[in-house]
Write a protein that binds this ligand. Structure first.
Ligand SMILES: [Zn+2]
Length: 124
């Protein structure tokens, strides 16, 4: 009988020609799943960060476009209203971008999975 390459217990199970016992095979499968999950989480966070950055750039462009339309001197009432709107959109977008970066950084540096993603992945 062949011996498992990991724990040397006897086994009849082969994985790609390599003898592996059921226990080690399961453990390996778990490791792959965990790695796939971590990869998935990283991709989600990366995607969120890129999206938030794109939203921020868009908001900044809109803000700059509005500022460029306002002639020098005191803006009209409408102008002031637009500036206020564009400015608050911009700070919201900036906040979102910073939060997304923060989530990604925390995950990459310390492996902290954000609370809202945690339940999705632990239930599997
Ligand atoms: Zn084994």
């Amino acid at each position: 009988m062949a011996k498992c390459v990991y724990c040397e217990s006897e086994t009849e199970l082969f994985d790609n020609g390599v003898p592996v016992c059921i226990k080690c095979s399961k453990r390996r499968e778990m490791t792959w799943k965990t790695m796939a999950t971590l990869q998935e989480i990283r991709n989600i966070l990366l995607h969120d960060t890129l999206e938030a950055t794109a939203r921020h750039n868009q908001a900044r462009e809109e803000f700059e476009a509005i500022m460029g339309q306002i002639p020098s001197g005191l803006p009209q009432t409408d102008g002031a209203h637009w500036i206020k709107n564009a400015s608050s959109s911009l700070s919201l977008a900036r906040k979102g971008m910073m939060e997304a970066h923060d989530r990604l950084d925390k995950f990459l540096e310390s492996g902290i999975v954000p609370e809202d993603l945690r339940s999705d992945f632990t239930r599997r």
